[in-house]
Design a protein around this ligand. Structure first.
Ligand code: C2E
Ligand code: MG
Ligand code: MG
Length: 802
């Protein structure tokens, strides 16, 4: 039952079949009931007529029997011997004649009556009621000659006749009678399907007795007791033994006899139930039709249900396909004109829509919407495809990164940055050689070119074309921008065995170009050595702060004249859990590119302030130098942030010197100048780091609020041997002094250089010769050792370890 309910709930087809069969069942029941009702109504209408017929048949049966009796009596009346005996009044002969004739026709009672109807002789034993019978017969005979009647004799119903004896005048009467016995009922039964039950009673107040009956005794009894008496209806329905009979009462004895005369009634009955009952063959036929109907409807409804559910199922399969991401296969049933066709068309529209959206998503996944160039993903796939398609040829990948793009974005806004990128994309497209060369934007300001059959020479040639295309400044919205790019080239299979290595090496070559400030660089293993793992480090760098992996190192700054310790430069180190102590050159450039340098700067600044306070408490009054990058100079909130840190550690501004490289200032001179002004006003000492490597004009330097120049170590290190370097150092010192700036020489690696610089009047010195950068906590101890050194220029061998 539960399984059936489940099936109905889950299957629409099953519900349809159940509905059809249920309807058929209801129709069958209704028609069956209607048939029964009409049969019953017809039976009730037809049965009284049948009773009429039965009544007449019964009457004629009675009449026949009466006639037989009359004929017998007439034969006796005409019998010569009987007449003789009558004439001679021979009583014995008369009686024996009466007996003989009576026996011949089955009459049990015979009598001879005088002309005035007195009994002259008789064979009857039944005296009770005889006189009344004769009186009744004689009344009738007066009119018609002979007469017949039914009446009780000694309480038993008899049929009796009276016939005159004529010679030729009436000389007497013969009466004959016989009981109404079972034969009557039998005859009646054989003539019609009516059932006859004879009931009688001697007096009106007596109960009806059953005489003869075609019914079983008990049923005949209850019929006799039934409510037929006094009913004038043509038929009275009476329930007899659980069966309904239609009954008609036929008074056989004269009704007008007095109450004491006794009454005889024939109850004619037929079965209403039989009449109403469907004939057996009709029942079989109906059952057959019903069965056939069920089978036909069953198959028909299954077929219909299939027709309805099959397309639904195929639609649901289509929906499942859509759900599984297959948007290619069209939905079935589009040509149907019905509701399912409409549904299918809606589905199809949905499929096309989704496929369109999918295509859009694909576009977004594979294309850069800004420049309309393929994106990194597509570039990778194209390189891979080119590798698979031409296993024997060479592929060159050119990767380029715009210099100073971030500054453009920061200063002129993102909209302008977008325009710039689009313009660059345009120029790059024009630089390609063959139509199947691919230009892609890998992200931010990074682009790549794929030369599907090209070696490093071609790569370099194209890279130079790209460089040349950047020669003409870009003019966008009234701004003239001088764009440069760092370009890296790597080839397959020459430089890399697979896709990732190829892209990685092109990128490394590009960073190499950036570091060397060189336009285009073809990959070479030397580039790889320090930087091969830089990229992976980059992601870890962000976590380094939280994990306390950063270390502050200090490198002493000394007064050249006296050798006195006057300060130190804060230099950042990264204590990597696996790679050990990582030098700044391996992560600072990338931190600058990602903008993360701002957080690093604040970390260094805070550590420096803390250290200054500690050293100060030890009695050392030093100026600690902190390096700032281009990014820091673009942060207008930097002065405020630095002030907050200093306040926290109770450090005066004059105790900190901020080192800025030439290029950091020249990237964005106006803004850098504004910030430097504010920092200078705040009381910080400012220093130009790596002086000599950039292109800044000294005239421009004059306008900067700086206090110090740091000559780059590349000049200092070799000044002992390289005369031109020595000259550059000398003139720089002079020039700085003329501008009122103090001069620091960094990169002093020998006592000779120390001496040279002292002779050139250089103010301060920094270099491995005196000390390598050391963990900040060691500076206090170092300063004591330094102060206690035997003579002024002697290095401290024990401290060279750092
Ligand atoms: P820099 O600011 O010019 O720092 C001086 C660099 O020269 C230091 O390298 C120092 O160890 C090295 N040096 C000093 N004396 C000698 C010497 O006698 N011979 C040689 N060969 N090298 C010497 P380091 O610590 O590796 O730092 C490299 C650069 O990384 C720094 O150059 C600076 O530009 C950058 N950097 C270091 N720490 C920071 C920082 O906290 N913030 C920023 N923005 N940059 C930093
Ligand atoms: Mg520095
Ligand atoms: Mg420097």
């Amino acid at each position: 039952m539960k399984a059936l309910r489940n099936l109905l709930q889950r299957s629409m087809g099953a519900r349809l079949v159940a509905l059809f069969l249920g309807l058929l069942f209801a129709v069958q029941v209704a028609s069956f009931s209607a048939l029964r009702a009409s049969l019953s109504e017809h039976a009730h209408r037809a049965l009284p007529a049948r009773l009429d017929v039965g009544d007449r048949v019964f009457q004629s049966l009675l009449d026949q029997r009466a006639q037989k009796l009359i004929d017998g009596a007439r034969l006796l009346a005409a019998d010569y011997g009987f007449r003789e005996a009558l004439g001679s009044n021979d009583a014995d002969t008369i009686v024996s004649a009466l007996e003989n004739h009576g026996n011949r026709i089955g009459a049990t009672e015979s009598a001879l009556l005088s002309t005035d109807f007195r009994l002259r002789s008789s064979t009857t034993q039944h005296q009770v009621g005889l006189e009344r019978l004769i009186a009744h017969l004689s009344d009738k005979a007066m009119t018609g000659g002979s007469a017949s009647t039914i009446a009780l004799l000694s309480g038993v119903p008899f049929q009796a006749v009276l016939v005159p004896i004529k010679a030729p005048v009436t000389v007497g009467w013969v009466m004959m009678a016989f009981p109404l016995d079972a034969r009557l009922a039998g005859d009646m039964g054989s003539l019609s399907d009516l059932n006859v039950t004879l009931v009688f009673r001697p007096r009106a107040d007596a109960a009806w007795k059953v005489g003869l009956s075609g019914l079983p005794a008990s049923e005949a009894r209850s019929l006799a007791d039934g409510p037929w008496e006094g009913r004038l209806a043509r038929m009275t329905p009476i329930d007899v033994g659980g069966e309904e009979l239609g009954v008609r009462a036929k008074w056989l004895s004269a009704k007008d006899t007095s109450a004491d005369d006794g009454a005889v009634v024939a109850l004619l009955a037929l079965s209403i139930d039989d009449a109403v009952r469907l004939p057996g063959d009709l029942q079989v036929a109906l059952l057959g039709i019903t069965l056939l109907g069920f089978i036909g409807f069953g198959f028909g409804s299954i077929f219909t249900a299939r027709r309805v559910t099959q397309p639904l199922r195929s639609l649901s399969e289509s929906a499942a396909r859509l759900g599984a991401g297959d948007f290619e296969t069209a939905v079935e049933g589009l040509n149907r004109q019905d509701e399912i066709g409409q549904l299918a068309r809606s589905f199809e529209r949905m499929r096309v829509d989704i496929a369109g959206k999918q295509e859009q998503v694909r576009r977004l996944a594979y294309w850069d919407p800004l420049t309309q160039l393929p994106n990194r993903l597509q570039f990778r796939e194209s390189v891979q495809a080119a590798m698979s398609a031409h296993p024997d040829s060479t592929i060159a990948v050119i990767m380029l990164d715009l210099d100073r793009f971030r500054s453009v974005n920061d200063v002129l806004g993102y909209h302008f940055g977008d325009l710039l990128l689009a313009a660059v994309a345009e120029r790059l497209k024009r630089s390609t050689v063959r139509p199947d060369d691919l230009v892609a934007r890998l992200g931010a300001d990074k682009f790549a070119l794929l030369l599907t059959s090209g070696d490093s020479a071609l790569g370099l040639a194209v890279a130079q074309r790209v460089e040349a295309s950047f020669d003409a400044p870009l003019v966008l919205e009234g701004h003239t921008i001088d764009m440069r790019a760092s370009i890296g080239i790597a080839c397959w299979p020459q430089h890399a065995a697979d896709l990732d290595m190829l892209l990685n090496r092109a990128e490394l070559a590009m960073y190499g170009a950036k570091r060397r400030a060189q336009g285009a660089v073809v990959y070479e293993p030397a580039i790889d050595a320090p930087a091969s793992w830089t990229l992976s480090l980059l992601s870890e760098l962000r976590q380094a702060v939280e994990r306390h992996e950063l270390r502050l190192y200090l490198q002493p700054k000394l007064e050249l004249k006296s050798g006195r310790l006057i300060g130190a430069e804060s230099l950042l180190r990264w204590q990597h859990p696996e790679r050990g102590l990582v030098p700044p050159i391996q992560f600072i450039p990338f931190a600058e590119q990602t903008g993360f340098i701002r957080e690093l700067t604040l970390w260094v600044f805070e550590a420096t302030a803390r250290e200054w306070r500690l050293l100060h408490d030890q009695g050392l009054d030093l100026v600690l130098s902190v390096n700032l990058s281009t990014r820091d100079l673009l942060d207008v909130k930097l002065p405020q942030k630095l002030a907050t840190i200093l306040q926290r550690h109770r450090v005066p501004e004059r105790a900190i010197c901020l080192e800025i490289t030439e290029s950091a200032i020249m990237d964005e001179p106006q803004r850098a100048l504004a910030i430097l002004e504010r920092l200078s006003q705040a009381g910080f000492a400012l220093s130009i780091d790596d002086f000599g490597t950039g292109y800044s004009s000294l005239a421009y330097l004059k306008r900067l609020p700086v206090n110090e120049l740091k000559i780059d170590q590349s000049f200092v290190r070799s000044m002992e041997t390289d005369r031109s370097d020595a000259m550059i150092v000398r003139s720089t010192i002079d020039l700085a002094h003329n501008l009122g700036l103090s001069v620091v020489a960094e990169g002093i690696e020998s006592a000779a250089v120390w001496d040279l610089l002292r002779d050139l009047n250089c103010d301060h010195a920094q270099g491995y010769h005196m000390s390598r950068p050391m963990p900040a906590a060691e500076l206090g101890a170092w300063s004591e050792l330094w102060a206690a050194r035997p003579h002024a220029t002697a290095p401290l061998p024990a401290l060279h370890l750092h």
